[in-house]
Design a protein around this ligand. Structure first.
Ligand SMILES: CC(C)(COP(=O)(O)OP(=O)(O)OC[C@H]1O[C@@H](n2cnc3c(N)ncnc32)[C@H](O)[C@@H]1OP(=O)(O)O)[C@@H](O)C(=O)NCCC(=O)NCCS
Length: 279
C-alpha cells in the first residue's frame, strides 16, 4: 500500500513550533527539509510565515544560505542557497538581508539581523564572530526541521571551540564580487581530509545525555530545538575526550588545503536550491 503523506498547514506548523518550545522574541537558526513534513499547504512560504508568526516582531530568524564553495564565483545577490528550498525562499523574501561571506553567507530578518550579519566575511565562519556565533552568544537556538544533526552548522563551532586539528585555511582563494562589485579573492576555511571518527548520532546522544533537546513532530517532520551553547558544549565533550572516548586523539584527519576545488570535483552534480517567488 502506498504510504499516505500527512498534510500540514501554516497554523499546524506554528502550533508545533510552540509545542517544541519556540517563543516570541527568540533568536533562532533554522536548518530544514520541506519534503520531511509530508505535504505543506502553501509550501516553503507557509513554513517561513509560521516561524515569523511565532517569533513576532521582537524575534530574529536566521537561515544558512551557503554556497559551500560549490560555485566558481559567488554573487551576493544572485547565487542561491544550497541548503534547501525553505532557505532559498527565505533568502529572496522581501526584507530579508544576506551576509557577505563568499562560502557561508547567512540570511536573517528581525531586530538583531544586521548586527549578526555585519562584516562576517572578515571572520572564521565557525567562530564566535560569525553570524551564528553572535546568535549563540545572545542565547539563541538552533532548530532542525526534518533534518538530522549532521546538518547542524553549530557543531562546527563546537569543533573550533574544542581546537580540533582537522580545520584550517583553504589556500585556493574563493572568488566573489565584493560590496563594490569588484571580483575579489578570499581565503576560506578548509575542512578535514576524510571522515570524522564520531558521527552525528554520537553528537545527538551527547545532547540528549545533557538534556538539551526539545522535540516534537509536525506532520512527518521530526523537529528539534536546542540552545546553541549546548550544541557547542556537547561537541567539545566529544572532541576533548570528556565522554570517556577520545575520538580525536588518534585521528589522522588533517585540513584539506584545496577543499573547495576538491569539493566541486567530487560533487559536480550538486544543485542550488530553488526558491518560491513571493506573492
Ligand atoms: C538536503 C535537504 C535540503 C533536502 O531536503 P528536501 O526536503 O529533499 O529538499 P528541500 O527542502 O529543498 O525541498 C524541496 C522538495 O520538497 C518537496 N516539495 C515541494 N513542494 C512541497 C510542499 N508543498 N510540501 C512538501 N514538500 C514539497 C519536493 O520533493 C521538493 O523537491 P524537488 O524540488 O526536487 O521537487 C535537507 O535534507 C537538509 O539537509 N537540510 C538542511 C540543509 C542545511 O541547512 N545545511 C547547512 C549546513 S551543511
Amino acid at each position: 500500500m502506498a504510504e499516505q503523506k500527512p498534510t500540514v498547514t501554516q497554523d499546524d506548523i506554528a502550533a508545533g513550533l510552540r509545542r517544541c518550545g519556540l517563543r516570541r522574541g527568540d533568536k533562532v537558526l533554522v536548518h530544514s527539509s520541506l519534503s520531511a513534513f509530508g505535504r505543506v499547504e502553501g509550501g516553503a512560504q507557509a513554513v517561513i510565515r509560521a516561524l515569523l508568526a511565532v517569533l513576532g516582531a521582537e524575534g530574529t530568524l536566521m537561515m544558512p544560505t551557503f554556497s559551500q564553495g560549490k560555485v566558481e564565483v559567488w554573487d551576493h545577490d544572485r547565487t542561491p542557497s544550497f541548503n534547501g528550498r525553505i532557505s532559498e525562499t527565505f533568502r529572496i523574501m522581501p526584507g530579508v538581508r544576506r551576509s557577505w561571506h563568499p562560502t557561508h553567507a547567512y540570511a536573517a530578518i528581525g531586530p538583531d539581523a544586521t548586527r549578526y550579519l555585519e562584516g562576517d566575511y572578515r571572520y572564521v565562519t565557525w567562530g564566535p564572530e560569525s553570524p551564528l556565533g553572535r546568535l549563540i552568544a545572545d542565547g539563541g537556538w538552533v532548530m532542525l526541521m526534518g533534518c538530522g544533526h549532521g546538518a547542524s552548522t553549530a557543531q562546527h563551532h563546537g569543533e573550533v571551540a574544542g581546537n580540533v586539528r582537522c580545520f584550517g585555511i583553504d589556500t585556493s582563494p574563493v572568488l566573489f564580487y565584493d560590496q563594490e562589485g569588484e571580483l575579489t579573492g578570499a581565503v576560506a576555511p578548509s575542512w578535514r581530509s576524510g571522515v570524522c571518527p564520531w558521527s552525528a548520532r554520537d553528537h545527538e546522544r551527547q545532547l540528549r545525555y545533557l538534556g538539551a533537546v526539545r522535540d516534537t513532530y509536525i506532520g512527518a517532520a521530526h523537529v528539534q530545538l536546542i540552545k546553541g551553547e549546548m550544541v557547542i558544549k556537547a561537541v567539545v565533550r566529544l572532541v576533548t575526550g570528556l565522554t570517556g572516548i577520545d575520538h580525536c586523539a588518534s585521528c589522522r584527519q588533517h585540513p584539506d588545503t584545496e577543499m573547495f576545488e576538491n569539493y566541486r570535483r567530487r560533487y559536480p552534480a550538486d544543485k542550488p536550491s530553488r526558491g518560491e517567488p513571493w506573492r
